[in-house]
Design a protein around this ligand. Sequence first.
Ligand code: AMP
Ligand code: MG
Length: 403
Amino acid sequence: MLSVEEAQRLVAQHAAPLPPRVVSLAEASGLVLAEPVAADLDSPPFDKALMDGFAVRAADLMSEGPIEFEVVEEVPAGSVPTCALGTGQVTSIMTGAPLPPGADAVVMVEHAVNFADGRVVLKGPARPGQNRLDRGREYGRGAVLLREGDVLTPARVGLLAAVGRASVRVVPRPRVAVVPTGDELVDVSSTPGPGQIRDSNSPMLRAYLAEAGADLLPASPIGRDRADALRTVLSGAFDAGADVLVLSGGVSAGQRDLVPAVLEDLGVRRVFHKVRLKPGKPLWFGVGPERTLVFGLPGNPVSGVVGTLLFVAPTIRAVRGLSEGERGPFRKEAILATPFTHRGDRPTYHPGRVVGVDAGVLRVEPLAWAGSPDLFTVTRADGFLHFPEGDREYRAGESVAWL
Ligand code: AMP
Ligand code: MG
């Protein structure tokens, strides 16, 4: 059976970024840039006032003053000064307006004592450069501001607008279908009959995948455990153009676990089935019929969570164009806060809680957990402790990996 690392390598080999496309700026937030972006203008494009007040020659106001000046014109934001300043002259100026030639500082309006009849009395001293932003101070025309692979944060969307990019080349979000399977399942709005349970995996998996940046296709009907019914539901997901298809249930060893056979029938090539992992061993992964990446997650909810954190969510991030370091799975070293006995012949992910931080290292505590069906415990967890295979007593203070 494959190790988690071997399986992750196989998945990563197929998880290439989607082909870039041009989108409008309104759609670009959160996407990954597929081209470098350069400044079309200096920023600011002119020497600019940073305060409402008076543009001055600082040399005229070296002392505390107050000193009286002649006001030669008013320059609101959006207009252009016409008079250069001579000795003893100032311009009334608004935040964001260009400074007149000769001005090297702005005295804020709060330091004007008396402003009437074309004259103003100003308190000093004024420092050269005060309340003024020089042309090109942020960046010069032609400077490369963003690079391929940068994620478009809200601030970067603003920067794109500032340099006139109404549209931009990005890696699109993958379209993702989530398909629940199982004869025992009823929809969330139904009351389960004898032997039935609600389909909690679909909403949960959709939430995880949306968080990873998927563009989710509309909710799928539940696939029943018969080959013809599964074929119909899965064909629907392929026809809808899914880049990634995530199935829940039907990949274990039971007689009704028909998903692998039906997928292969539909032209999905199996890459692997089963990973040395607990919970989540029956994980199935394949590619096709076009280039759809297909994950079959076991139906027990926590198997789905662990499979998603280890395999599916990192794949979504990879096809979105995120760099290796941004894809996850996100692990760190932690310290066990309480002793723990681990028994198991497979590497195990066990829900845990952060109870403190020691010199920047998390202290974590395993929660009492009833195993892969027990989702409630996971809702009170902050992550999973990772125990290698083999029976062992762990002491408090030992180092463990934390997912
Ligand atoms: P399976 O992997 O199909 O053998 O499913 C294993 C168990 O997971 C089932 O017996 C159910 O208890 C549970 N299960 C399967 N599908 C779901 C689902 N969509 N939501 C919640 N639990 C599920
Ligand atoms: Mg099933």
